[in-house]
Design a protein around this ligand. Structure first.
Ligand code: FES
Length: 156
């Protein structure tokens, strides 16, 4: 059972009030839930559907379409590493090796200390700064292995 906090409800209702059709705020609502709870549990999806009056199947279909939404608990920090073409050509796969060697990370795995989870992204829309990653909602581009380690040391 998701315990909705007042801040989440107010934020979603504020967005909802700007649109004629509540389906228009489904993605922002899912984003708010993931930001607040770290992932989208079945109960969270149900709550979003109830708040926006959208069928559960629609909420689930939309949330599972986008790779940025997590449907299982993640560590304290979610690393989203792009290894698509531009990032791969600029060394993105080497960064994956660095994450393996330095933190024991693998795609879709959380470190035993619950510090990091890793997902591989198809493209995060920042090909001009490849290779790139997100850590939580922070963007990092023009990465090298050393930069990745320096950056991640700031996330405890
Ligand atoms: S291919 Fe990596 S950001 Fe586009």
């Amino acid at each position: 059972m998701v315990v909705l906090n007042q801040k989440v409800l107010e934020e979603i209702n504020r967005i909802k009030s700007k649109y004629h059709d509540s389906r228009s705020c489904l993605l922002p609502a899912l984003y708010i839930f993931q930001r607040e709870y770290g992932w989208l549990s079945p109960e969270a999806l149900e709550a979003v559907g109830e708040i926006l009056n959208i069928p559960k199947a629609t909420v689930k279909g939309v949330s599972t379409f986008y790779a940025m939404f997590s449907h299982k608990p993640t560590g304290r920090h979610l690393i989203q590493l792009c290894t698509n073409v531009a990032c791969m050509l600029m060394g993105g796969e080497r960064l994956l090796d660095v994450l393996r060697e330095q933190y024991g990370l693998e795609p879709n795995i959380t470190t035993p200390d619950n510090r990091f989870s890793l997902v591989i992204m198809e493209c995060i829309g920042a090909c001009d700064t490849a290779p790139a990653m997100l850590v939580d909602t922070d963007f990092h581009g023009n990465l090298t292995g050393e930069k990745v380690i320096d950056i991640l040391e700031k996330y405890k």
